[in-house]
Design a protein. Structure first.
Ligand code: ATP
Ligand code: MG
Length: 483
């Protein structure tokens, strides 16, 4: 819904008042993070396709409920007995419509008191109650109704969430009714596919089955027992990685690039569990492109590039993965259940062997061992301090401060040179005579340019820096570099 944010608040208007969407969604970092659920539940992915319908001051609660109910029970012919709904506990209006439109009995309209059923963008701004629709996959699947202690099981699965945006939160005490009430809904394509294909597990739906069968053919381990779990993680992460790369994200140690790298490394560990001695992920890409490349042409356009990145990243990680796993094994063999692995080892795994913290955490989950996150953070801090101290810099504290400030504000420049000799980037800062400046006036001036990413290797540790050209089509913002 991010693209409609300003439409809801009225800051922006469109020449339409209703919309339907099919959106690529990623929940692997930040506010929504389902990375650790992947493989463990039947219903979570890192990357999934979300279908939505929206009203901007047009239809509201009654019609939204009508449309949802009609689509599910008439168009999709889902049996009414299979469906339950939740509402926010004070939203009597929604309860009334559910009874009127769907003829649902009270025990099928579950009142939820938590913020799970009250949506807001932040502390202020548009907000409102939600109503979610759940599908019952039957008593052979473990799990309880929403609001019960077993709600996280996979028996009752949320397939659709409707947000009734009817208020604006002005400050912590004041909430007013919005003059133009709006609707924002989201339904996971993979979850509704499972329902329509009569399976309870998303990973048993057609697209996933094909990817898993293709992988099995290469890996030659049967999809059963523990291996099934690895196959599912690999299939999920393959999609996430391919879509992220096709959207221009590169693996790196910061920001979005690190979200990608973490997903990549998790899948690579599962490839390792399945006994794959050669890099695996890039070999699966053609199957994914075959399945989804028509709907998402960017996947096909980026195929060669993504294949190269996946292969290189796996070659690099393979070099340390096995030794890291051995260290982890040695360090945890003597630990009992419910104990903690020291922050020092977690840091060593991160720093020397390239294990993202959540990868270590995920591996230890099976042994019921947790990690000392505070200890890890201390080690990270110490390393930063060491870097600061060993910084030779200019010896002039004012100049050094400027560089540290730049690093703090913009983060590291992503180095693309492992994969590319030419790339586009965004200029983040200009420096002239050891000062940050807004503009460079003439072509005679000598200056330093900081960009978010670059194919140029920096001069460091005795290595020569790269030399090349930087071109700008729009002098105010962009640069293109060629080595
Ligand atoms: P859950 O409690 O099952 O994690 P949610 O409350 O996080 O679901 P919403 O944030 O309301 O889900 O997202 C709207 C819809 O998107 C859900 O009804 C579901 O169909 C789908 N969805 C959400 N998260 C995922 C995911 N990780 N993988 C696949 N589909 C998802
Ligand atoms: Mg969720």
């Amino acid at each position: 819904m991010v693209q409609f944010k300003n439409v809801f608040t009225g800051q922006e208007s469109r020449n339409y008042q209703r919309a339907v969407t099919s959106q690529k969604s990623l929940r692997a970092g930040g506010k929504h993070n389902d990375l650790e659920n992947v493989g463990y539940t039947a219903r979570h992915h890192t990357f999934f396709e979300m279908l939505g319908n929206f009203s901007f001051g047009d239809y509201f609660k009654e019609e939204a409920i009508y449309h949802a109910w009609n689509l599910l029970t008439k168009e999709f012919a889902i049996a009414k007995e299979k469906l339950y709904v939740t509402i926010y506990h004070t939203d009597e209006e929604a309860a009334t419509y559910w009874k009127k439109i769907a003829n649902l009995s009270d025990d099928r309209i579950i009142k939820i008191k938590t913020t799970d059923n009250f949506w807001s963008m932040g502390d202020t701004g548009p907000c409102g109650p939600c109503s979610e629709i759940f599908y019952d996959h039957g008593e052979q699947v473990k799990g309880g109704l929403p609001g019960t202690k077993d709600q996280d099981g996979d028996r009752f699965i949320e397939i659709w969430n409707m947000v009734f945006m009817q208020f604006e939160q002005l400050d912590s005490d004041n909430r007013i009714e919005l003059p133009k009430k709006s609707i924002d809904t989201g339904m996971g394509l993979e979850r509704i596919s499972a329902v329509m294909q009569n399976v309870y597990n998303n990973y048993e739906t057609d697209l996933f089955k094909e990817i898993i069968a293709y992988t099995e053919n290469i890996v030659k381990v049967k999809v059963e027992g523990e291996a099934k779990f690895s196959y599912r993680v690999i299939a999920d992460h393959l999609r996430a990685c391919a879509f992220l790369i096709s959207d221009g994200i590169m693996p790196s140690n910061e920001g979005r690039g690190y979200v990608l790298r973490r997903i990549m490394r998790r899948s690579m560990r599962h490839a390792h569990i399945l006994g794959s001695s050669e890099p695996l992920m890039y070999k699966l890409l053609p199957k994914l492109v075959d399945l989804m490349g028509t709907t998402y042409p960017e996947l096909r356009r980026a195929e060669d590039f993504a294949s190269n990145i996946l292969e290189q990243e796996e070659i690099r990680f393979k070099a340390t993965l096995e030794r890291g796993l051995k260290l982890l094994d040695d360090e945890t063999n003597h630990l009992s259940k419910n104990s903690e692995l020291s922050g020092e080892i977690v840091f060593k795994l991160y720093d020397t062997y390239g294990f993202p913290v959540d990868l270590t955490e995920d591996i230890l989950k099976a042994k019921q061992i947790s990690i000392d996150l505070d200890g890890f953070n201390n080690k990270m801090q110490e390393q930063k301090e060491r870097a600061r101290k060993s910084w030779l810099g200019s010896n002039e504290s004012k100049t050094d401060k400027m560089w540290f400030d730049i690093k703090a504000e913009f983060g590291s420049t992503e180095f693309l040179g492992y994969y590319l000799n030419e790339a586009e980037g965004k200029i983040l800062a200009l420096i002239k005579d050891n000062k940050l400046v807004d503009t460079i006036e003439t072509s005679q001036e000598k200056f330093t340019l900081i960009s978010n990413q670059t194919p140029f290797y920096g001069e460091s540790g005795g290595q020569m820096g790269d030399i090349g050209y930087i071109k700008s089509t729009n002098r105010r913002e962009n640069h293109q570099g060629r080595r």
